[in-house]
Design a protein around this ligand. Structure first.
Ligand SMILES: Cc1cc2nc3c(=O)[nH]c(=O)nc-3n(C[C@H](O)[C@H](O)[C@H](O)COP(=O)(O)O)c2cc1C
Ligand SMILES: [Fe+2]
Ligand SMILES: [Fe+2]
Length: 405
């Protein structure tokens, strides 16, 4: 799509990827965008690149605004290939440019490209660059979400270019949050923020809180947040900041995510009275079958809910593979401020529920024990047990939820 001036002299020159559906296993139902920004000033400066396959698109956008020989600086906030993959193509056009990057960023770029002809200026937290009318302030954000990550704040424009933070995998014809008011996209947008946070940023909640605290303490006024994916927060940048703080503080809905898989429907049948029990206790409930749902959606649903019950049949003494995969992935995302339990059907020796608990215990969530096991297909008596198990769990979730109110 065409370049868009987001602030006087500062232009979005990125690319929209309507078709991408998979980022290293994260299913992006709404596609995404790769945002980068061109500062047309005395010293013309490009902030970030785009994914390699989209380099031509950003090059076209830049070409309509300036001659490449005028670009003096290239700021690289994050070296992940969706933002820096196109750097090779761009540096061929701007070999004179100085690359502003963190120390770890430069080391990372060296592992991806032949950088021997490129000029670097290593920046540290608090360093600035004047482009003429604008002062760029670099704030390092290590491990948000890579060691190289930083954000660029443009003082005069009160604009924060935030790389992955505050972004969403969300392709749209519009560049700004206010272009969605009263339209279906408003809900999709908020959901995309949570989806992105849950799948990419969940392990870094404490760092996020600290970083936002630092920004507030430094008295940095933010009028606009321009992330490297999705829409730009123009109308209400405070909203996404608050959403991030809430998520980092463990905010969740009074809700249970029942996440399960099944071979012959016995574990699935257990979820029916269980969901009823949860509902009858006044707690909302969402049921998710793993092989019918992408992993990233299951992760998002877990993240939105205060409680999660994981269901798995026993297969060859252990968890059913899709459930094992889910719990394994969750282990890396290090959820906390959630309460979890497990249930499942077995035929003889069992093992799935025990293993689910041992995996849950490797995370920092509150553990509700004991779990519930049923032999083969649930009987009427088992249905009652499942109902009570659901009710009981909902009571625990309500109690635990009070800590966050
Ligand atoms: C391939 C396969 C392997 C199984 N391995 C075990 C096992 O090791 N231990 C056990 O208790 N049950 C085992 N079972 C039995 C199932 O756990 C039992 O049929 C259960 O009711 C299945 O629940 P589901 O209908 O939710 O898939 C196995 C079943 C299958 C099909
Ligand atoms: Fe990234
Ligand atoms: Fe990214």
């Amino acid at each position: 799509m065409k370049a868009v001036e987001i602030k006087p002299g500062i232009h979005w020159v990125g690319a929209i990827d309507w078709g991408v559906r998979d980022f290293h296993g994260y299913i992006t139902h709404n596609g995404t965008s790769y945002n980068n920004y061109l500062i047309m000033d005395e010293h013309v400066t490009l902030v970030d690149c785009v994914k390699q396959e989209f380099a031509d698109e950003t090059i076209e956008n830049i070409k309509r605004l300036t001659d490449f020989s005028r670009i003096e600086n290239l700021v690289i906030n994050h070296i992940e290939p969706d933002h820096a993959g196109g750097i090779d193509a761009i540096m061929k056009l701007i070999p004179q440019a100085v690359i502003y990057i963190t120390e770890r960023g430069k080391k990372g770029l060296e592992r991806h490209f032949d950088v021997s002809k490129w000029t670097f200026k290593i920046v540290k937290n608090g360093d600035t660059l004047s482009t003429g009318k604008h002062t760029l302030l670099f704030l390092e954000t290590p491990m948000l979400h890579w060691p190289d990550s930083m954000v660029t704040y443009i003082k005069e424009a009160k604009l924060l270019i935030s790389q992955d933070a505050f972004g969403q995998h969300f392709a749209s014809a519009s560049r700004f949050d206010d272009e969605f008011v009263g339209c279906a996209s408003t809900f999709e947008l908020e959901d995309s923020v949570k989806d992105y946070y849950a799948n990419i940023l969940m392990p870094f909640g404490q760092l996020i809180k600290a970083k936002i605290g630092e920004i507030v303490k430094a008295g940095i006024e933010i009028d606009m947040i321009a992330p490297d994916h999705g829409v730009i927060w123009r109308k209400d940048p405070g909203k996404v900041l608050q959403m991030y703080l809430d998520m980092a503080n463990g905010k969740a809905d009074l809700r249970v995510a029942l996440i399960y898989d099944t071979m012959w429907h016995s574990t699935e049948r257990m979820t029916v009275p269980m969901a009823q029990g949860i509902k009858d206790e006044g707690v909302d409930c969402k049921v998710i079958k793993l092989r019918a749902t992408s992993m990233s959606v299951a992760i998002k649903e877990l993240w939105k809910a205060r409680g999660c019950l994981v269901g798995s049949p026993t297969m060859n003494n252990v968890l059913f593979p899709s459930v094992a995969k889910f719990l394994y992935h969750l282990g890396g995302l290090k959820p906390k401020n959630r309460i979890m339990g497990a249930f499942g059907s077995f035929g003889w020796g069992g093992g799935a529920v025990k293993e689910a608990y041992s995996m849950i215990k490797r995370t920092a969530v509150e553990v509700a024990e004991p779990g519930l096991e049923v032999m083969y297909r649930p009987s009427e008596e088992d249905d009652r047990k499942c109902y009570e198990f659901g009710r009981d769990f909902a009571v625990k979730v309500k109690e635990y939820h009070k800590k966050f109110e």
